[in-house]
Structures are given as C-alpha cells and as structure tokens.
Design a protein around this ligand. Structure first.
Ligand SMILES: [Zn+2]
Length: 298
C-alpha cells in the first residue's frame, strides 16, 4: 500500500543526513543522496512535498497570488511556484505535487515558451505532479455538488489540455468534514486511486489512532458498492510537518546546519529529532509514514 502515497519520496531522511557527516575539519560541497527506493524491513518514510495555496481565505485571490496585503497574511503564491520550479530544475531527484489550478494557470500564463518546455518535461518525468487538480480544494459541505463537479472539471480539463495528464490522487487536506460524494463521485469515479484528508472529528481521530484505522477503503456509494471504493488515508493530526520541521518564513524550527565548521553544527541532533518524529507516527499508522512537507501560503 505504500505506493498509494502520492509522489511518495521514499528516502530515509536520517540516512541521507547522516551521509553528510564528515570527520575531517575540512568542509566542502556535499552531494546528498536523495534517490528514492523502498527498503524492505525498515520503516519507510514518505516525504510528501506539496502545495496548499488557499484560493481566497483571508485575502483576495489576487492578493494571495501577487503577495499583496501581506499585513493580513504573508502569502505570495507566485513566489512558491517560482522557487519550487527552479528547485526541481536544479535536481532531478526532487519532486513536488501541486494542487490548485487557479493559481497554476495564472503562473503558467506568465512563463516564457522556453520555461514552459522545461516545466512540461518536469511533468512528463513525474518530478512535478498535479493532484486533486480542481481550480481549488473545495469544501465538501456547503457548496452545491454541481459546483464541486464544475470546478474540478475545469481544472482537470486544463491539466489534460495543457499537459495530457489525469490527476490520480484526491488531496482534500483542509476541508472540514468529508462527504460520501467526494469518495465515490469525485474520487473513485473520477479515476483517483487514493484520497487523503486531515480534518476529522477529534473523537473519531482519537479512536482511529488507537485502533490504527487511519487508512481505510471507503465505499462512498451503497448502490455502487466496491466498484467505486477508494483507498483513503487520514493524517494522524493535521497536515503540518512534525513539530520542529516547519521551515516557513517566521517559523522557529531549528535549521539543519550541516557545515562541520559551524559552532552550531547540529546534524546528529536534527537526525535524532526526525527519527523520533517518524517513530512517533508509525505508532499509529498501519501502512506508511507520510510526512507532509508544505510549501504553502495558507
Ligand atoms: Zn487551507
């Protein structure tokens, strides 16, 4: 079931970091091993680098995209896309999943043809993947279901027309509450092979944590039964990275300082922190340890 994780980057972060430790006092450029593979018999940690760019929440959509009105919320989605795409182009081992087509379309329109060709290569190679793929990550309770269908159709048609791709993962990580329509109609029937979300009732989460039932096969339609069921993963808490591993601007997580000449060199300490976070999570997951790495303006 590990492969059900979208864009699973299976790498043992601890090992990667440990590989950077050098014994001599000299320090030079370290090429980290960021390749991915499943290691049998070990806890395989899936780092999931993803967007979560609200298409309007505290600011207008334009303000979110261009970084206006930042006193309300520091958010500039065009910077997210600029920096993510540039990072992907620098290293083919890096991967990213992008979700909100309303923002991606805006960004795409402003790119040169040369850049577009490079980005299409990223998509074709799987370095950049579109998941969910609607114009936004819709709420599942208050909008009429026609709106859910329309906005998802718009986004998926755009991805198909421009990149000839079909999203295969549902990524409803921020909506409050989840409907059966999402599971069968906007999940399985849409062609998704998995669905992930974060928010559930706190008592339900507590029960599932205890019983290790955060991963389920959800039958969203009684009449369609198993023909429209979908593998569903619920995050153990929210969609944030583990404590101490949030590296957004103004966050207070200690940076990983891997230059041995630094007084504050802290690779071993940070490796230990990460291993502890992974072990804590495996305590209540059945199949995999997904760890969210969010590049986002929420
Ligand atoms: Zn949100």
């Amino acid at each position: 079931m590990a492969m059900a994780v979208p864009m699973a980057i299976t790498l043992l972060f601890a090992i990667v970091l440990a590989g950077g430790v050098v014994s001599s006092a000299e320090f030079s450029y370290i090429e980290y091993n960021t390749t991915q593979r499943i290691v049998p018999g070990k806890i395989n940690v899936h780092l999931v680098p993803h967007s979560h760019d609200d298409v309007g929440w505290l600011k207008t959509v334009d303000q979110y995209y261009f970084g206006g009105n930042n006193t309300i919320r520091g958010a500039c989605v065009q910077n997210v896309l600029d920096s993510v795409i540039s990072a992907l182009l620098e290293d083919k081992n890096r991967k990213f999943i992008y979700v909100e087509m309303a923002f991606f379309q805006r960004w795409w329109r402003q790119q040169s043809n040369a850049k577009k060709i490079k980005v299409k290569e990223l998509v074709n190679s799987g370095q950049l993947e579109f998941i969910n793929g609607g114009m936004c990550m819709h709420d599942e309770a208050t909008p009429h279901y026609i709106d859910l269908i329309d906005q998802t159709t718009l986004g998926h048609k755009y991805i198909k027309d421009e990149f000839d791709q079909i999203p295969r993962v549902g990524w409803q990580i921020d909506p409050f509450g989840h409907s059966a329509v999402q599971a069968y109609l906007l999940g399985a029937e849409l062609g998704f092979d998995s669905l992930f979300f974060a928010r559930i009732d706190y008592q339900d989460r507590a029960k599932r944590l205890k019983e290790k039932t955060l991963e389920v096969v959800w039958q969203g339609s009684k009449s369609l039964g198993s023909s429209s069921q979908i593998f569903t993963g619920i995050f153990p808490r929210h969609y944030d990275p583990p404590d101490g591993f949030t590296f957004e601007i103004n966050d207070v997580s200690p940076p990983i300082q891997d230059d041995v000449l630094l007084f504050d060199y802290n690779v071993q300490e940070r490796v230990n922190d990460f291993v502890a976070a992974a072990l804590a999570q495996i305590g209540y997951c059945s199949f995999y340890v997904p760890i969210s790495i969010r590049a986002t303006q929420i």
